[in-house]
Design a protein around this ligand. Structure first.
Ligand code: T4K
Length: 404
């Protein structure tokens, strides 16, 4: 418990937590189940190349998500790249600058040119309104991101894409298990790409998948992900290795079994943050859409520097010293990150909402490694920081390590 500014670790006190608290889910199955799954792989000596566990995972995911085809891949970034290739796009793809770099990197690796777009200030995603001014004859597709598990304007974007004859796909890295209009997010565009990274609610250590209801797209996805074998054959101009291994699939299958428990635990954590931060001025927790299911894997707060008395970056610095490793997703916006700030200078000063969000949002620790008690203590710490914000800010500035 902190009583004075001198108790803060940034000013010489002891950290509130002995071990670092991480963002990211880091959900693990029990050791016994993991061991049994791996013994099975060892016994079979079939390690990759569309093995039985990958096939089973694809079936189970298709059933869970209510979609016709699931094509598992090595990670979410490759799932996106392969999806962009499978849609046979040309020239330019519109995508948000407010996302993880992988969203736009995938476009470049697919040999396409990203057109960076601003986002809606409330939903943090692109919408038909933010996309419309970016439409030109060179654009062949819109890539939306279902950020924080909230659907990215599916109706508005679908109508716009139809009106202009464009392809529509979504980066659903954050959205596994989340719903839109009561249905699992999937099949809202021609393709949706998911991530099963260790920091996601569905953990394959690394992994991902593309989902589609279109048989032709599915055949191209399967063909592209495997450099030469003919599991399915479709005419495509370029292939690569984006296969998921049996080890990844084993982990993902266990994680899928645990999904209801992990999502429920995340929901409890989010509610604990909501309760702990409820009356703190300037800090607003981003909540799932009312009436929809969510994996609740992200505890993101919007930091209003005026209300708090500390900037988001000052707050991050003070929390880090206490071993609360909150992350500034997504800072900087992709338009201000290399190579895009250099290769696409036209977007650098053109995305005010992205810039604003990049300077305000903070992701707090959650997932299996963070207990309710630790969340309560993190909220108490935040309360203390807000109560002593002006003095803490002055002292940080005095230390010459305030703003980053
Ligand atoms: N699209 C979007 C919108 C995305 O957010 C992402 C990935 C993608 C596409 C691409 O999907 P993948 O290709 O990754 O499947 C993390 C994740 O690595 C990344 O998957 C995720 N989004 C992003 C939002 O977060 P980093 O580099 O910022 O953080 P990282 O991986 O260093 O880990 C976060 C925290 O977790 C750290 O405090 C350390 C801790 N940690 C991490 C790992 C991997 C552990 O304690 N143990 C671990 O094994 O990207």
């Amino acid at each position: 418990m902190k009583r004075s500014l001198n108790d803060l670790a940034a000013f010489g006190g002891s950290p509130a937590f002995r071990e670092p608290l991480h963002v990211g889910q880091l959900n693990l199955p029990s050791w016994e189940r993991f061991q049994a799954a791996f013994q099975d792989i060892f016994r079979r000596r079939w390690f990759t190349n569309h093995g039985p566990l990958v096939r089973l995972l694809e079936e189970r995911l298709a059933e869970f998500l209510g979609v016709r085809h699931v094509v598992c891949m090595t990670n979410g970034t490759l799932a996106l790249m392969v999806s962009l290739k499978a849609l046979e796009l040309r020239d330019q793809v519109i995508a948000p600058a407010f996302s993880f770099p992988a969203t736009v990197q995938a476009i470049t690796w697919a040999g396409l040119d990203p057109v960076l777009c601003d986002v809606d200030p409330v939903r943090h995603t692109i919408t038909a309104e933010t996309v419309r001014p970016r439409l030109t004859a060179g654009v062949s597709a819109i890539l939306g991101v279902h950020l924080w598990g909230r659907a990215c304007d599916p109706k508005g974007l679908a109508a716009l894409a139809r009106e202009h004859g464009l392809s529509l796909l979504f980066d659903a890295a954050h959205a596994f298990g989340c719903t839109h209009s009561g249905r699992h997010i999937s099949g809202l565009g021609q393709v949706e790409a998911f991530s099963f990274h260790a920091t996601k609610v569905l953990n394959a250590t690394e992994g991902g998948c593309a989902t589609t209801n279109d048989d032709g797209v599915a055949a191209r996805l399967r063909t592209i992900r495997n450099f030469h074998a003919q599991e399915t054959f479709a005419w495509v101009d370029m292939r690569l290795n984006a296969k998921m291994s049996e080890a990844q699939a084993a982990m993902a299958l266990l994680s899928l079994e645990d999904y209801p428990l992990n999502a429920a635990a995340n929901r409890e954590s989010l509610l604990a943050y909501a309760e702990g931060l409820a009356d703190l001025p300037g800090l607003r927790l981003i909540l799932p859409d009312a009436g929809e299911e969510s994996n609740c894997q992200y505890a993101v707060v919007d930091v209003d520097a005026e209300g708090v008395g500390l900037t988001r970056d000052e707050l991050t610095r003070l929390l880090e010293a206490e071993n609360v490793l909150a992350r500034r997703y997504f800072m900087p916006g992709i338009h201000r990150s290399p190579p895009y700030c250099r290769t696409h200078p036209q977007f650098v000063d053109a995305l005010p909402v992205t810039d604003r969000l990049s300077s305000r949002l903070l992701q707090l620790p959650s997932g299996q490694t963070v207990t309710r008690e630790q969340i309560t203590r993190t909220c108490e710490l935040l309360r203390f920081l807000v109560q002593h914000a002006r003095d803490a800010s002055r002292r940080l500035a005095g230390n010459g390590r305030g703003r980053r």
